[in-house]
Design a protein around this ligand. Structure first.
Ligand SMILES: [Zn+2]
Length: 310
């Protein structure tokens, strides 16, 4: 294990590459853990800070991803999330990283870490803006104690705590259908993708402690009908697989988001580039036909991490 500069963001990273791999397996303070092929490294450029920040943020949300040359144009084309999305990612990150309600979370401008990545911040000044100007001054969701005065531009040490107002906002996000046990799956009803339901999605929902549900659209002639809407209204979360780009799946995922339900986005790896661009901003769990076991584990982990065990 040696120290290297992260191939994506340039931050100090650990190199975990096994001898037979032509790329790099990296543990970066900012991006987290991922691997990237040699060709992909050659195609990437660190010159555009905005592009680097967005890619680093995406990788942080898609840990242990194996990046190949096919992913590079996607990473280069990532849009910056909205101000509010970036700030809420920070709030959730701090809540996840602190042990109890009164815990303080330490932020240091000179150390580039997961908080910089998750908020797609290009600089300490941007992170400072999101924390101090937006989350603290505008929304009152956090309180900040500075341990170092801002004598030098762009440098700060903060102790951040989430306020009761911030916690109740986070609670509100998780309050939809609290008692429900249903994990609903929206996917293409084609024989070619049926194995992802039987070998991965259904057992993943079950093993995470929930009740897997899916409506066979052969009975529904691909119409979004009352039964689907009723099922969505009763669900705790939705898994939406975009392989095949079915209109119904886009609709059901959008409807679930509108209800405030957590949506887990999945897609066949080779098909991700066909997914409508706005949806590609979400944090997809990707699958490959010959590795559905790994997909099952990844979905179960995502359910347990974002919704909790049922
Ligand atoms: Zn990095």
């Amino acid at each position: 294990m040696t120290a290297i500069a992260c191939p994506i963001c340039g931050t100090n990273a650990q190199d975990y590459t096994k001898p037979e791999y032509d790329g790099k397996s990296v543990g970066c303070r900012r991006c987290g853990n991922f691997s990237i092929s040699g060709t992909a490294i050659a195609m990437w450029s660190r010159s555009n800070k905005r592009m680097v920040a967005n890619a680093s943020g995406w990788i942080r949300k898609n840990q242990n991803i194996a990046l190949t040359s096919e992913n590079i144009n996607f990473l280069k084309g990532l849009k910056t999330p909205s101000l509010n999305e970036r700030a809420m990612s920070i709030l959730q990150y701090i809540a996840d990283e602190t042990i109890d309600l009164s815990s303080k979370f330490f932020v240091e401008s000179l150390i580039t870490d997961g908080l910089h990545a998750i908020s797609c911040s290009v600089s300490p000044n941007e992170l400072d803006y999101l924390l101090r100007t937006y989350l603290k001054d505008e929304l009152g969701f956090i309180s900040i104690e500075s341990t170092v005065n801002r004598f030098i531009d762009g440098q700060f040490n903060y102790e951040v705590a989430i306020t009761p107002k911030g916690y109740s906002y986070l609670d509100g996000l998780a309050r939809v259908n609290l008692e429900s046990r249903i994990g609903f799956c929206a996917m293409w009803f084609d024989k070619s993708v049926l194995p992802i339901w039987t070998s991965a999605i259904e057992p993943a929902i079950k093993d995470a402690g929930y009740e897997p549900k899916r409506i066979d659209s052969h009975q529904h002639n691909n119409r979004i009908d009352d039964e689907i809407i009723a099922m969505l209204r009763r669900s705790k979360f939705v898994i939406a697989d975009f392989t095949g780009q079915r209109g119904g799946v886009y609709f059901e995922a959008g409807f679930a988001l509108g209800l405030g339900l957590p949506v887990i986005w999945t897609c066949k790896k080779q098909d991700l580039s066909n997914v409508h661009f706005d949806n590609r901003q979400y944090n997809f769990v990707l699958w490959e036909e010959d590795n559905l076991k790994e997909f099952k584990v990844a979905i179960q982990n995502r359910i347990e991490a974002t919704i909790g065990r049922g």
